[in-house]
Design a protein around this ligand. Structure first.
Ligand SMILES: Cc1ncc(COP(=O)(O)O)c(C=O)c1O
Length: 430
């Protein structure tokens, strides 16, 4: 049988000799793309499609880990970057584009009065935490979910090798939609919590009053409220999840889709706090990279002027409703559930008795990749997805859920795998 991933596997062998895990991002590595059945290397992407080094074409529902919202190679963004490239990408002085994009964010995002830029989401979540510590003169942080690779964030997870214990001890996880768990932290560390940082939404919608409850607790305990909108920003609503849910944090962090695949992130917030960044150190060589800023200006313009967020939601709803119908049809709802916002929804796999979630997820990946769909269990919708893409995804799901249902019923999930199952190493969410 011909191996549809031969070139990918050859490249991976080379990569693994010189690049730990063979990838730059954990979620693009062999920990998420099982060896033997996955594409590992891309050659190019356009619109909603991506091509791997073996020439296979996929409809992409990963979209560069939600960094691409308009679609790959959006013509307006590319034109803006090309025009800028003619004039230079980084200078010895600041550039007016920094002001243009900062002003756009101030107009769009409810909590934004001032803005600073970073490159990765981790840059700005870390800046927000440092800023909050400086502002409150406290050290402890309450957090909820994944906020990037830095010590204060990753130190609370299973992947914390190399993080000093004293740093981990200052970070305290609480549960989403569970105000009591946050209340408990405030009681355990009275007058010591500098900031509460959370994604306003990830796999679940906020329960009535939850986000406002966090706001009230932060007010009562004089802690800074930070929304990590690295994914939700410019996806759930033009002004981010804070606009959608009507709760305004003190600081917010954006990244991912704000420049449609170009590296840019931003910390925004109330002037009283943000002014302290004149003293708190947050400074790096590529902070004013103008190509990414040109991409952001074009991206934000499109998000403001076209029904981007409405379409992400509408198309995502088609996916969620269609997938839910199929899960019912194949009586798979207890093994695979759907959650999240339509613009960013999740398939969640559940272990039940002899059925293992990781084996089931691996079988799912094996079968979708073989049918030209790239997803790692999420549907990160883009403005470039067409109705044809959605129809194709649901047709593929009809086949794949049928394969999984049959495997589950005959107790044969592992037998159908042509690779080793993914290992339960580290889940960013759920
Ligand atoms: C909610 C959230 N915050 C922060 C980050 C970190 O962003 P980056 O990987 O760009 O540093 C991520 C990345 O996945 C994220 O999903």
């Amino acid at each position: 049988m011909v191996n549809p991933h031969e070139q990918s596997q050859n490249l991976l062998k080379r990569a693994l000799k010189v690049i730990p895990l063979g990838a730059q991002t954990f979620s693009k590595s062999i920990t998420q793309y099982p060896l033997g059945i996955s594409p590992h290397f891309a050659t190019h992407a356009r619109g909603s499609k991506i091509w791997d080094v073996d020439g296979n074409e996929y409809i992409d529902f990963v979209n560069a880990l939600a960094a691409v919202t308009l679609g790959y190679g959006d013509p307006d963004v590319i034109r803006a970057v090309q025009d800028q490239m003619e004039r230079g990408s980084l200078f010895s002085l600041s550039h007016p584009l920094e002001i243009d994009v900062a002003e756009a964010l101030v107009e769009m995002v409810p909590c934004a009065e001032m803005v600073r830029f970073g490159k990765n989401g981790s840059d700005v979540t870390t800046a927000a935490v440092r800023l909050s510590r400086a502002f409150t003169q406290r050290d402890h942080v309450a957090l909820c979910g994944y906020h990037g690779w830095q010590d204060w964030s990753i130190g609370t997870t299973a992947r914390r090798k190399g993080v000093p214990e004293p740093v981990s001890r200052l970070s305290h996880p609480f549960n989403y939609n569970d105000l009591d768990s946050l209340h408990h932290l405030f009681n355990s560390y009275p007058d010591q919590i500098a900031a509460v940082i959370l994604e306003p939404m990830s796999i679940e919608f906020p329960r009535d009053g939850f986000l406002q409850g966090v706001r009230d607790l932060c007010n009562r305990h004089k802690s800074v409220m930070i929304f990590d909108e690295v994914v939700t920003g410019f996806r759930l609503a033009r002004g981010g999840a804070q606009e959608l849910f009507g709760v305004t944090p003190d600081l917010a962090c954006f990244g991912k889709g704000m420049a449609n695949g170009f590296p840019l992130s931003a910390i925004v917030g109330r002037e009283e706090l943000m002014r302290l960044l004149e003293e708190v150190f947050f400074s790096f060589t590529f902070g004013g990279d103008v190509l990414s800023l040109a991409a952001a200006r074009a991206t934000l313009k499109k998000v403001r002027n076209e029904p981007v967020v409405e379409e992400l939601e509408r198309r995502g709803r088609v996916v969620m409703e269609g997938a839910q119908r199929l899960l019912q049809q194949f009586k798979m709802e207890q093994y695979i559930s759907l959650s999240g916002h339509p613009s960013w929804s999740f398939l969640r796999f559940h272990s039940i008795e002899a059925v293992d979630e990781w084996e089931m997820k691996t079988l799912f990946l094996q079968e979708v990749f073989a049918r030209g769909v790239l997803t790692i269990g999420t549907h990160n919708m883009s403005y470039a997805h067409t109705q044809g893409d959605l129809d194709r995804l649901l047709a593929v799901y009809a086949e794949v859920f049928s394969v999984i249902a049959e495997a589950v019923r005959s107790n044969g999930v592992a037998k159908r795998l042509r690779c080793e199952a993914l290992k339960p190493l580290f889940k960013l969410r759920g």
